[in-house]
Design a protein around this ligand. Structure first.
Ligand code: ATP
Length: 357
């Protein structure tokens, strides 16, 4: 228990008919840390988590817990606590829900009062769940994840809709899990929602990895920068290099590590390059996040304590176009997945399902 099991996603792709939900995704989630799995709606977070939990099959690639896929875990609920789309029968109590799941999973009934206490629901344990607030339901979903006292937690949008007090509570809850040496992966579509709770971030956009690293590496990137574009990008790249300005190439131009657009414009002028756009990128974590997920920045991976990504010759211009081509699939294509084969059933259900009627 708490032996430090990493989550390992390697070359993972998932297609629903013609819709690409996840494309060649690779990242590792380390034990002892809270990792935010971030991306806008439709980025592919839930699909990745569903593959990880054996609820849908990958088109290619692997998603494992220290090398073992979910369906091959000997005691899944005692390895992984997952909260994904938890729904509860309104007429039953929290205690009853938890008892049923514990019995089905061969977990001692004595764990039920323990987990109720851990999530602060003891005094409401015998009330019908139908009368619970959203925050109480979120806590109940977390109680399910704790039943087997697992080493790994996979939580889909656990902070969504919580009030400030609930957010503070869950922040401490997650940090305590990580301090115990457990692996904690928390998805969210808002960086601001989780930024006080996470140590590391994995950011995806349109099913592809946009960034992995520590939250502090993202903070490093959030210094004010300038974005500049030209009809002749190679010449602009040369002019920037000539002026000693560091840059990365994004879909909308070069992101230059210089807060003053005037200096970037001057470098272009000296290089005799026409500009078609020149503006300052706002500073701040949220802006960095939005720039990443909106495709202004291409895939960057920062090693701790990584310096800001920049410099050197721009990458081949095909990269931004590829990113653009991987336009977010739409929900309109959802029916193609209705025929998604059910996952193999020769295993215990993940706890989230255990919470369902
Ligand atoms: N069962 C399905 N059939 C068809 N398309 C699907 C299916 N599930 C997800 N998709 C598509 O895959 C893409 C990724 O969806 P996913 O739910 O994984 O994203 P997400 O990042 O979790 O978004 P959200 O925060 O809105 O839940 C979306 O375009 C979605 O419409």
């Amino acid at each position: 228990m708490n032996s430090g099991i990493p989550i390992e996603i390697t070359g993972l792709s998932k297609h629903f008919g013609s819709v690409t939900a996840v494309e060649d995704l690779s990242f590792t989630v380390q034990p002892g840390r809270v990792t935010g799995f971030l991306g806008p709606n439709g980025a592919g977070k839930t699909t990745t988590l569903r593959v990880l939990l054996g609820l849908v099959k990958a088109s290619s690639g692997t998603a494992t817990f220290g090398g073992t896929p979910y369906h091959a875990l000997k005691r899944p609920l005692e390895t992984v606590g997952a909260a994904l789309d938890a729904s509860f029968h309104p007429g039953r109590t929290a205690r009853n829900h938890l008892r049923v799941t514990a019995t089905a999973a061969g977990i001692a009934a004595s764990r039920v009062p323990v987990v109720l206490e851990q999530v602060g629901l003891t005094e409401f344990a015998d009330r019908r769940v139908g009368g619970y607030s959203l925050g109480m339901r979120q806590r109940l979903a977390l109680a399910f994840t704790l039943l087997g006292d697992p080493s790994v937690f996979v939580l889909d949008e656990p902070i969504n809709g919580l009030d400030p007090e609930g957010i503070k509570w869950i922040r401490l809850f997650l940090q305590r899990l990580a301090q115990d040496g457990r692996t904690v992966l928390v998805s969210s579509h808002l960086l601001s929602e989780v930024q006080q709770s996470v140590d590391d971030v994995v950011i995806i956009s349109r099913g592809r990895l946009a960034k992995t690293g520590t939250l502090s590496s993202l903070e490093l990137e959030s210094a004010p920068r300038t974005i500049a574009d030209s009809p002749d990008r190679p010449r602009l790249a040369a002019a920037l290099a000539q002026a000693g300005l560091e840059y990365t190439e994004g879909r909308n131009g070069f992101i230059v590590a210089e807060p003053d657009p005037g200096l970037v414009g001057h470098a272009a002028f000296v290089g005799g390059v026409e500009l078609k756009s020149l503006h300052r990128l706002k500073s701040g974590l949220e802006e960095s996040f939005l720039a990443l997920v909106n495709g202004e920045v291409d895939h960057v991976e920062i090693a701790e304590p990584g310096p800001p990504e920049a410099s050197g010759a721009p990458e081949a211009s095909a990269a931004p176009d590829e990113a653009a081509d991987a336009a977010a699939p739409t929900d309109a294509a959802a029916p193609t997945d209705a025929a998604e084969p059910a996952p193999p059933d020769d295993r215990e259900s993940p706890p989230a399902d255990g919470a369902k009627e």
